[in-house]
Design a protein around this ligand. Structure first.
Ligand SMILES: *Cc1c(COP(=O)(O)O)cnc(C)c1O
Length: 319
């Protein structure tokens, strides 16, 4: 299991690559939520999401150990992050993407000089292919969440929250495979166990919620949600034990609540955030948090949205 020390080491390793992202706030949002809400704004991070933190930590460590080639299986934020950091370190990267990858995602990866390989439509097809290429090229396959270096890299957000927000009471984090939240848990709970950490999942992609209730990893069938960064079928083998050890609670939000939060942040705060990130605001806005009157950091995990999809996300906010 990773520890606070691993997160501190990650922070040193990636310090020259990543931004310390700002904390944004809206008094109106805080009033609606009944808690003081502070947005840790990773949508303003390099490559548009926090994924660069874990990817940089893992790729730099691999390069230091002699890696000369990396691969990943993701058309989304992880694929972009791996392509970006590999390019910085002059290491070729092949990113395996689905046949139906959107034009703008493919372009983002190419913009970072990543090689694109199209393969199938499911991650069950893409992951073996990315591993196969890594073996053939004597390179390293970079997983999206279930890896100690990835988890420690994502945890650097936790260290920044501790420094940027004095006396924070709680931190709200979206959950996909659990890399982000397991890193943040290790960083924060080993620094100050009194700070509450609450995970959020879409109610249509509640694999970690069910696993957490049952105290064992449970896999659910295909998930459908506009929060595409959270569309996993089960938590990771390495991430889940960290959740079992430290996590206070997991709450669920509906697709409609995610759309409301997305629209609120866009209209009132003038910020473009991903539906995956809007889940944390939705949890606060729709009274899912088990407390009131607290100082709460919500992790806004990314801001990469296909522009043609925005109209599908926007609703007249009910608040
Ligand atoms: C990957 C991702 C998540 C989920 O992170 P995990 O480490 O898989 O739990 C949340 N939001 C965004 C924007 C992401 O790209």
């Amino acid at each position: 299991m990773i520890s606070l020390k691993d997160v501190q080491a990650a922070r040193e390793r990636i310090a020259d690559i990543t931004y310390v992202t700002p904390i944004l706030k809206s008094n109106q949002l805080s009033e609606i939520c009944g808690n003081q809400i502070l947005l840790k704004s990773e949508h303003l991070q390099k490559t548009g999401s926090f994924k660069i933190r874990g990817a940089a930590n893992k790729v730099i460590q691999s390069v230091q150990e002699g890696a000369k080639y990396v691969t990943a299986a993701s058309s989304g934020n992880h694929g972009q992050a791996v392509a970006y950091i590999a390019d910085k370190y002059d290491v070729p990267a092949t990113i395996v993407v689905p046949e139906d990858v959107s034009f703008c995602k493919e372009n983002a990866i190419k913009g970072y000089n990543g090689q694109i390989e199209k393969c199938g439509t499911t991650s069950a097809e893409r992951i073996p292919r990315a591993k196969e290429i890594a073996i053939k090229e004597s390179g390293v396959y970079i997983p999206p969440y279930d890896d100690p270096f990835i988890m420690a890299g994502q945890g650097t957000i936790g260290l920044e929250i501790l420094e940027q927000i004095e006396e924070v009471d709680a931190v709200i984090v979206p959950i996909g495979g659990g890399g982000l939240i397991s890193g943040i848990l290790s960083a924060i709970k080993e620094s100050n166990p009194k700070i509450k950490i609450i995970g959020v999942e879409p109610d249509t992609a509640n694999d970690t919620f069910i696993s957490f209730q049952n105290k064992e990893i449970i896999s659910i069938p295909g998930t459908v949600t506009i929060a595409d960064g959270l569309r996993t079928n089960q938590p990771g083998d390495l991430t889940f034990p960290v959740l079992m050890k430290y996590l206070d609670d997991i709450v669920l939000v509906s697709e409609d609540e995610i759309r409301n939060a997305f629209s609120f942040v866009m209209e009132r705060m003038k910020q473009l955030i991903e539906p995956s990130s809007a889940t944390t605001i939705a949890a606060a806005m729709f009274n899912k948090l088990p407390f009131q009157g607290k100082k709460v950091a919500t992790v806004i995990s990314g801001g990469n949205v296909d522009l043609e999809k925005i109209s599908k996300y926007i609703v007249d906010t009910q608040l």
